[in-house]
Design a binder for this molecule. Structure first.
Ligand SMILES: Cc1cc2nc3c(=O)[nH]c(=O)nc-3n(C[C@H](O)[C@H](O)[C@H](O)COP(=O)(O)OP(=O)(O)OC[C@H]3O[C@@H](n4cnc5c(N)ncnc54)[C@H](O)[C@@H]3O)c2cc1C
Length: 402
């Protein structure tokens, strides 16, 4: 059995950030990843300015193979049913368009941790002064003994299932699917990520250019027909935006733990097991999760280092330190913050004010109709109520999964 200071489960961006902090502090750290690296990750790869700064400051400048084509993104364009479109540039210029397969691999290698890929976490026992981690490497059982374990293992987190078997039934789930189309004609500006606030299209509808193809993606709830939803969106794009696409060449999809950051169901772990990144619930209103994965991962690593140095309880330290990231992610759902405080690092209020008053009123009406759509979703009423109450309640306490 291998004995180390910390085992991190998952080799995504939250893991890379946590590993960087631990390795820099001199802790022996092993990262286990179920897939062979570099591994595929379904993601648009649009990085916020804060995420970009984090990568530069911690891992250096990005090599070309970590980027898709177009290599950068100027910002986000919101489209509304009234046919008003609002392009918004990121603060501070363009950000890289990450190719997650290679960007994640580059970051985890730069962290300096030891990486064991094709090693799938299967269970753990927390014995108080150490944790035994069980995994399978190419089907063969392997064990690790560590002082701490970090679950940086994404939305369906097997580490959470090991410590809180019922947690995943208590949070909202949402599905996303995307198809990659040959482009015949596409007037949508390829320098932006495009997002539709349109109740007839679905809960989450997006499109952007990647490597000479156009991605068309839709979010849907359990039981919905992805193919039909997607076809409806393609027809709408053609009719309303003049987008002409060839048959899809490929498709993919996954489940997302969408909403824990809004309804305050973050989970940070217990005992010697800490949870971070999207597994912990860090994902914002427009499905952006890389920046908060990086920052929460780094805080998780720092919390372990601090708790060891000061001989303080690990969980208490992590909860104290993670508050700033909780606040930031939660603010990204707050209608008043969005209207006046720019939590998304693009200037929506300024873009809105540039419109004439008629279009402004149309946009606000369209946004309202879109929020109401969430009512029909299993957790929708709770999400909607939380979104509407958010400006009036603090909402930053982590009351539930302490
Ligand atoms: C369609 C789509 C588009 C998105 N677009 C964007 C975007 O444009 N911008 C943005 O900021 N965010 C986007 N996101 C969200 C973003 O991808 C995630 O929030 C982010 O990757 C979370 O990082 P993480 O490190 O927490 O987890 P992940 O990146 O999910 O990494 C978790 C890792 O754990 C591994 N793992 C899981 N189980 C085990 C196991 N049993 N044993 C060992 N390893 C295991 C996984 O294989 C994976 O490598 C998108 C998500 C989707 C689905």
């Amino acid at each position: 059995m291998r004995t180390v200071d910390v085992v991190i489960v998952g080799a995504g961006l939250s893991a890379a950030a946590a590993a960087k902090r631990l390795v820099d502090a001199g802790l022996e750290t092993v990262v286990i990843e179920r897939f062979q690296l570099p591994r595929h990750k379904i993601c648009s790869g649009i990085l916020s300015p804060r995420g970009h700064r984090f990568l530069l400051e911690n891992f250096g400048s990005l090599p070309r193979e970590t980027l898709h084509d177009p290599v950068s993104c100027r910002g986000v364009t919101f489209h509304f049913p009234s046919m008003v479109s609002i392009p918004m540039d990121f603060f501070g210029g363009t950000t890289p368009h990450l190719h997650r397969k290679y960007a994640d691999h580059w970051a985890i290698k730069r962290s300096g941790a030891e990486i064991h890929d094709q090693t799938s976490f299967t269970g753990l026992q927390d014995n108080g002064d150490h944790v035994i981690v069980q995994a399978k490497k190419l089907g063969e059982p392997v064990e690790y003994r560590a002082r701490q374990v970090i679950g940086a293992d994404g939305p369906s987190s097997p580490v959470i299932r090991a410590i809180y078997p019922e947690y995943q039934q208590s949070i909202p789930w949402f599905f996303v699917g995307q198809k990659f189309h040959k482009i015949i004609e596409c007037p949508l500006d390829e320098q932006y990520f495009h997002f539709w606030f349109h109740p007839d299209l679905g809960h989450y509808t997006w499109s952007h250019a990647r490597d000479g193809r156009q991605i068309v993606g839709v979010g849907f709830k359990r039981g919905d027909n992805f193919a039909k939803k997607h076809e409806n969106v393609v027809n709408y794009f053609s009719e309303k935006h003049g987008v002409r696409l060839g048959e899809p060449l490929d498709d993919e999809g996954c489940g997302e733990n969408f909403g824990p950051s809004l309804i305050n169901r973050y989970v940070f772990g217990k005992g010697n097991v800490l949870i971070t990144g999207q597994a912990a619930g860090f994902l914002n209103m427009i499905g952006e999760g890389m920046s908060c994965a990086l920052h929460s991962g780094a805080i998780c690593g720092e919390a372990i280092v601090e708790a060891r140095l000061r001989n303080r309880p690990m969980q208490e330290m992590y909860r104290k330190m993670i508050v700033s990231e909780v606040r930031r992610t939660t603010d990204q759902w707050n209608p008043l913050k969005i209207a006046f405080d720019r939590p998304h690092e693009a200037d929506f209020p300024a873009a809105l004010m540039e419109l004439g008053w008629r279009d402004r009123a149309r946009v606000l009406r369209d946004m309202w109709n879109f929020v109401v759509l969430y009512k029909e979703f299993k957790w929708g009423r709770q999400i909607m109520n939380a979104a509407l109450q958010r400006p009036f309640i603090g909402g930053y306490s982590m009351r539930r999964w302490l």
